[in-house]
Design a protein around this ligand. Structure first.
Ligand code: ZN
Length: 412
């Protein structure tokens, strides 16, 4: 019990002397004395500072469980007077300032939050999901290396992602080359995005050559001002998403018509055709192919809508000349389709024609950016229960930012 070395290693405590180890009910309390060799340090910046007052009672930090026991580190610590941070709690080697958990505990929580389900983290670590959120923010700050990530940026993908059932938004910036999430902030407006380019700085902004986005004017306005050398294109997956939404509108219309016309069996069949219509044509199962053939036979408008969606998708897969030709034909076809949703989509596509042509010409978008954006969208479902957008952003950065958390005590 008196061997400090074993306890230090077990709990990841750093330079401390272990004074006592006790069992209190089902908790293990490890009392330690931090080494203050050379004087105490500021808890914020770790600079040596004069002590302000002596120990102010015992504090407790939750450490990693030992076997099935909850373990706690206890110490008496005081405050220091830092020239920069004022009177603050002194630095302890095992925990971040303001945290009630050891670093090893926090690192394990962060690793689990990235790798496992929400409930697995909370149950295994015996903490609330909200607490997980606060820990993620601290770990993300520890691991974040903005200067390394911003230095080599040339091609960006910018996107908006809704969370809390579409009530709130994140703006996210992804590196086209590495496929990593570079930056995220709450909000979707010019001010929010301008914050990123301020962080990037004038010199690095000038090196940005390509930007892909969803065609929103608030994005293109800011990019044009901040990055004069950048070509701005439209991410194809946004155009395809517009087409999928238009298709869904048509499907709902014909379904409602069938239902109100009293043809319930037909309405049910239409409802079941949703996936066959949505999926990419090359990914259909034999059953879905039959479904689609049925739609072609019984409901021409809906089948036309499906073909319009598939052809717009095809535009982004063809070589430039064929793509431009198909796009021109597609526009005429959409406008003549007598499907309101696609007539409007034709207008939208025409409005974004320059950005689409840039994309076709420069092959702007890639699967990496689409994959990261899709995965962040999935992540937002876990944001329920977090107290704000900050833990969600922390979780997104830890998952896709290129600095994934490591389990404590494992060499990288
Ligand atoms: Zn300080």
């Amino acid at each position: 019990m008196r061997d400090s070395r074993v306890w230090r290693r077990l709990l990841g405590l750093g330079a401390v002397r272990v004074e006592a180890v006790e069992l209190e009910d089902d908790r293990l309390l490890v009392q330690v004395l931090p080494s203050r060799r050379g004087g105490p340090r500021c808890g914020q910046c770790r600079r040596r500072c004069p002590g302000y007052d002596g120990p102010r009672g015992r504090r407790r930090w939750r450490a990693l469980d030992l076997g099935s026991l909850r373990a706690y580190v206890e110490a008496e610590i005081g405050r220091v007077s830092c020239p920069e941070h004022g009177v603050v709690i002194e630095h302890v080697p095992w925990a971040a300032p303001g945290s009630g958990f050891t670093r090893a505990f926090e690192d394990q929580v962060a690793w689990l939050a990235v790798e496992c389900s929400k409930s697995a983290v909370a149950v295994l670590m015996r903490i609330a999901w909200r607490t997980v959120g606060r820990i993620l923010e601290r770990v993300a700050r520890r691991l974040h290396r903005p200067h390394l990530q911003l230095a080599r940026l040339r091609r960006l993908g910018i996107d908006e992602i809704s969370f809390r059932k579409g009530q709130r938004y994140l703006t996210v910036v992804v590196d086209h080359v590495s496929g990593r999430l570079v930056w995220a902030a709450e909000g979707r407006d010019e001010g929010t995005l301008a914050g990123f380019f301020q962080l990037l700085g004038r010199r690095r902004c000038l090196r940005i050559t390509r930007v892909s986005a969803d065609g929103a004017t608030w994005i293109t306005n800011v990019v044009r001002r901040a990055c004069p050398n950048a070509i701005i294109g439209l991410d194809p997956f946004h155009a395809v998403a517009w087409a999928t939404r238009a298709l869904d509108e048509v499907r709902r219309q014909v379904w409602n018509q069938a239902r109100h016309g009293g043809d319930d069996a037909h309405a049910r069949q239409l409802k079941r055709s949703r996936w066959a219509l949505w999926k990419n044509a090359e990914d259909l199962s034999p059953r879905q192919e039959r479904k689609l053939a049925w739609v072609a036979r019984v409901n021409q408008p809906l089948f036309r809508a499906h073909l319009l969606k598939e052809h717009l998708r095809l535009v982004f897969q063809l070589p430039l000349e064929e793509a431009v030709e198909l796009l021109e034909q597609w526009l005429q076809w959409a406008w003549r389709s007598r499907l309101d949703a696609f007539v409007r989509l034709g207008d939208t596509v025409a409005n974004h024609l320059d950005a689409i042509l840039v994309t076709l010409e420069h092959r702007l978008s890639n699967a990496l950016v689409e994959a990261v954006n899709t995965r962040i969208r999935l992540l937002t479902r876990r944001a329920f229960g977090f107290h704000s957008a900050r833990p969600l952003i922390a979780l997104a950065m830890l998952s896709f930012g290129g600095h994934r958390p490591q389990l404590p005590g494992r060499a990288v």
